[in-house]
Design a protein around this ligand. Structure first.
Ligand SMILES: NC(=O)c1ccc[n+]([C@@H]2O[C@H](COP(=O)([O-])OP(=O)(O)OC[C@H]3O[C@@H](n4cnc5c(N)ncnc54)[C@H](OP(=O)(O)O)[C@@H]3O)[C@@H](O)[C@H]2O)c1
Length: 288
């Protein structure tokens, strides 16, 4: 049995699907009882409900697990506490393997959600657990949040320079790589950067979207203040963290290399063009 934390979010659901597709038994650790149906529908065979800062609840959930796949909620101020709680639970329940869902370039202090993951990695090294660290870059699926402006206005709008270059990855490739690392031998002690594309400028991203949709899409830089006005659903920490991330992207982008992921998958990762072709159906559905 593999315990997946943060299981009801978009990453957790993809990881459960990938593991279940390979016949693995998954126990999902979810925050709220209401999330049980979601993770069961993705293929989890059992569910534990609790908070990621509750070491006892995590330890009970981890009893009998062959591995823990730990991921923290996105832009949480508690990532370090959650990570160290999951490590403590793995040790208390004598779980032999631990896989941590980190991020590309966790060394970057200017981005708190990267830096906190780096501190969890450090705690993992000190834990003496048989650990594997996965460092995915930004997901291609993040583009889907902008489908309204892409489809309605023909604009790929980003709160940083359109010349900024980012490497992207398909979350389904991340999940497939995670399932291989969990189910195949030989990955303890490894850290893998999970990157699907060489760095793309936002102009290139818009061109690829345009080609897949069969209609013009142009890249446009949005002032961060305008983005902030629209970010009313976010709490202060999430808003501040994302603004820091946009400022970093503006200056440096986020550049990685797909070779490690290609090697793990045994095939080339999904390209942005491939993802965009697949997503075009969902975009057109939005148009209807
Ligand atoms: N998005 C990207 O491009 C990207 C790229 C690389 C890495 N990552 C990393 O991937 C990770 C997962 O991101 P995601 O967007 O899939 O996560 P997410 O949607 O934020 O989901 C995480 C899950 O954790 C649950 N949760 C929140 N607080 C909890 C608590 N105290 N105890 C137990 N569960 C709790 C949430 O439930 P509730 O609904 O109840 O809050 C949610 O179901 C993040 O660490 C992110 O930084 C993301």
């Amino acid at each position: 049995m593999i315990l997946v934390t943060g299981a009801a979010g978009k990453t957790g659901r993809a990881i459960i699907r990938a593991l279940a597709a390979r016949g693995a038994e998954v126990r999902a650790f979810v925050h709220r009882e209401a999330q049980s149906a979601t993770v069961t529908a993705e293929g989890a065979r059992s569910v534990s409900v609790g908070s990621l800062d509750d070491i006892e609840a995590l330890t009970r959930a981890a009893a009998g697990a062959a591995a823990i796949y730990h991921l923290a909620p996105n832009v949480s101020p508690h990532e370090f506490a959650y990570g160290t709680a999951a490590i403590a639970a793995a040790k208390a329940a004598c779980v032999p393997r631990f896989v941590f869902h980190s991020v590309l370039h966790p060394q970057i202090e200017a981005m708190p959600h990267h830096w906190q993951k780096g501190r969890v990695e450090e705690a993992l090294f000190a834990s003496n657990l048989a650990a594997t660290i996965l460092q995915p870059t930004a997901y291609m699926q993040n583009l889907l949040a902008s489908r309204r402006s892409i489809v309605d206005d023909g604009v790929w709008r980003v709160p940083y320079r359109v010349e900024a270059r980012l490497s992207l990855v398909d979350i389904e490739d991340v999940a497939e790589a995670a399932s291989r690392v969990l189910l195949e031998p030989g990955h303890a002690g490894a850290t893998y950067e999970l990157v699907g594309t060489l760095p793309l400028s936002q102009v290139e991203v818009a061109d690829i979207l345009s080609h897949a949709l069969g209609r013009p899409v142009r890249a446009e830089a949005q002032p961060i203040g305008d983005w902030e006005k629209g970010a009313t659903a976010l709490d202060d920490h999430a808003r501040d963290t994302l603004i820091r991330m946009f400022r970093y992207y503006d200056r440096h982008g986020l550049a990685g290399n797909p070779h490690a992921l290609e090697r793990l998958l045994g095939r080339p990762p999904v390209t942005l063009a491939g993802f965009a072709r697949r997503a075009a159906a969902a975009f057109r559905h939005t148009q209807a």
